[in-house]
Design a protein around this ligand. Sequence first.
Ligand code: PMV
Length: 334
Amino acid sequence: TDNAIRQATAIAHPNIALIKYWGKAENTTANEPAVSSLSITLDELATRTTLTFDTAYKTDRLTLNGKPDTAKLPRISSALSVMRQLAGITTPCHIDTSNNFPTGAGLASSASGFAALVVAANQALDLNLSLQQQSKLARAMSGSAARSLFGGFAKIYLPHAQLEPAPFGANYAEPVAPADHWPLEVCVGVVSEEEKAIGSTAGMENSRNTSPYYSAWIAGNDADVINAEALVKARDFDKLAELSEFSCLKMHALALASRPALLYWSGATMDAMRAIQRWRAEGTPVFFTVDAGPQIKAICAPGYGELVAQRLSELAGIKRVIRCKLGQGARLLD
Ligand code: PMV
């Protein structure tokens, strides 16, 4: 059936880490992380990707948000080639992908993008990979993408495994609890829609090579994930708020102490962080997290999304607020 057209469409949502991943294992050939992490998968933001493999095509082609894109094609092509190799084919592919949110601006478009790519390719190429294998492949493409295979709360817990060679490597994400276990709400305060200047791969390498705090960072994350998992299971909002903000600020302290410094915040980011801490001190159950970009993510206890979205949108420097709940893992669409 090598002349057949093979097509599949998948959807995946970004995830936001409450216990952060920042740093790759040394000597990994499969993009393995150096730290454990724990995340929540969102519902409202989504990447939708259709893959069409056709022997009549001459080359791979990428359409991103309706426009041809050559800049992102090489990374996506080589990710697909790993899966083509597993299927024993070399058929070119047209990739049609769209995000309903800004791409490459610290909103985890690589997580949802690569999770959708793996799920669609697994189907189109009849690979029959397990969820764990799909999670490993997604991780090899973008570390956080491994977690978007799962809905609700997910973790990558490192001490499970030693490093293994590409294409799969050893480490994978696994579910911690489904979305309905604890329907937290998330308000994303968009500070800038511009693409970030320093991508996470270069940033992580810089931190590993130059930050004096790197070994302390590595030493603490397994315990942070174990503790966060217990707090999620117990639905202990106050303690999870404190631990998540600690992990976020610890990651940014590491990044800030890299050379050259990685300063991902803008003034509006910091104003929002202070406002969120004030609201929590006044009794509103909300905490913040910030990734490799200026956007602020406010995590709210169930039922508080509307109030927090309203307050966030009143802050100067917040361009718009996207409200999310917790969502499902990556999946096929008809
Ligand atoms: O998946 P990557 O390589 O883009 O790295 C993600 C890094 C953070 O978003 C900052 C933290 C995380 O765990 O998602």
